[in-house]
Design a protein around this ligand. Structure first.
Ligand code: DGL
Length: 283
C-alpha cells in the first residue's frame, strides 16, 4: 500500500469501464482504481444476497486499499447492495467513507429528458426486479410513467464479442419490441446497465427515430463532479495524480484484451482475489 487514495470504481466485470471512461474525462486529475469481478460475473441473474455479499467484499477491499470514496458503477450492485452497505455496513467499517451508486444520479435527470413523461428502463433481471428505477424516479418526477424490460441475453452477447454481429439483432429487437409494446408514449429509453452502451449503435438503428436513447456515463460523471464540489472535505482526501489502476478477479490478460472495447484505450490489469486481512475495524 502507498499513500494514494484513488476513487474506487466497481463493476461485476467490464461494463463499469464505460462509466470510468466518462469519470476520467470529467475528473482528469483524480486517481481511480477499477475492479471488475469478472470471475463471478454476471451479477444480473444472481440473488439479492449474493450480489450484496460480493459487492460488500469489494467495498471492504477498496477501503483497505485506501479509497475514501467508492462508486458502484454497476446498476445491479447499486440496486441490490448499495443501500444496505450505506446504512448497515459502512457505519461499522468506517463511517467517514462514502459509497455511491449509479441509479440516483440517473433518476435525478431522466424525467427531464422525456417530453411525453413516459420512460423505458432496459436493465438486467436483477435491476428490473428490484424496482429501484421506478421507485427512485418517482421521488424526483412523481408524474413520470416508468416502464421496465429485463434484457438477460444482452450481457452474454456483449461479453462474447457478438455485439456488432448480425446474430445479435434478434435479441436486441426482441427486448426493444417488448418494452415499446408496453406503451406507445415511451419517447426515452435508458440503458440501465453499464454493458449496454456497446449495443448503442444497433439499438439506435432498430428504434424509431423519435425515441431517444440515454446512456449513463456522462450523467454519472457530472453527478460525481458535483458531489465532490459539494463535499470538499472528501475531495481533498482523494489523491490527484491522474493515476489509473485496473484489477480483475479473473485473468488480467483476458481483461486487458476485452477491456479496450469498453474503455476505448489499452490498459494494464492486475489480479485481485478481493481478500482483506481482518483488523480491529472489522475490515
Ligand atoms: N454491469 C451490470 C449492470 O450495470 C450488468 C452485468 C452483469 O449482469 O453482471 O447492471
Amino acid at each position: 500500500m502507498n499513500n494514494s487514495k484513488p476513487i474506487g470504481v466497481f463493476d461485476s466485470g467490464y461494463g463499469g469501464l464505460t462509466i470510468l471512461k466518462e469519470l476520467v474525462k470529467e475528473l482528469p486529475t483524480h486517481d481511480f482504481m477499477y475492479v471488475g469481478d469478472n470471475a463471478r460475473a454476471p451479477y444480473g441473474s444472481r440473488s439479492f444476497e449474493t450480489v450484496y455479499q460480493y459487492t460488500l467484499e469489494a467495498v471492504r477491499w477498496f477501503i483497505y486499499q485506501g479509497c475514501e470514496l467508492v462508486v458502484l458503477a454497476c446498476n445491479t450492485a447499486s440496486a441490490k447492495a448499495l443501500r444496505t452497505i450505506q446504512q448497515r455496513d459502512l457505519p461499522s467499517i468506517d463511517p467517514a467513507k462514502r459509497v455511491l451508486g449509479v441509479i440516483r444520479p440517473t433518476t435525478e435527470v431522466i424525467g427531464s429528458l422525456t417530453k411525453t413523461g413516459s420512460v423505458g428502463i432496459l436493465g438486467t433481471s436483477g435491476t428490473v426486479t428490484s424496482n429501484s428505477y421506478p421507485i427512485e424516479i418517482h421521488h424526483f418526477f412523481s408524474n413520470c410513467k416508468v416502464y421496465q424490460q429485463a434484457c438477460p441475453m444482452w450481457v452474454p452477447l456483449i461479453e462474447n464479442g457478438e455485439a456488432d454481429q448480425p446474430g445479435a439483432d434478434y435479441f436486441v429487437q426482441k427486448y426493444l419490441q417488448q418494452i415499446l409494446a408496453q406503451s406507445p408514449d415511451i419517447d426515452t429509453l435508458l440503458l440501465a446497465c453499464t454493458h449496454y452502451p456497446l449495443l448503442l449503435k444497433k439499438i439506435e438503428q432498430l428504434l424509431p427515430a423519435q425515441i431517444r436513447v440515454v446512456t449513463q456515463g456522462e450523467i454519472v460523471a457530472k453527478s460525481l463532479s458535483q458531489y465532490l464540489a459539494r463535499h470538499p472535505e472528501i475531495n481533498q482526501l482523494c489523491t490527484q495524480s491522474s493515476d489509473l489502476q485496473f484489477y480483475t478477479t479473473d485473468s488480467p490478460a483476458e481483461f486487458e484484451r476485452q477491456a479496450t472495447l469498453f474503455f476505448g484505450a489499452p490498459l494494464k490489469a492486475y489480479h485481485t482475489d478481493l481478500v482483506v486481512k481482518m483488523d480491529s475495524k472489522g475490515l
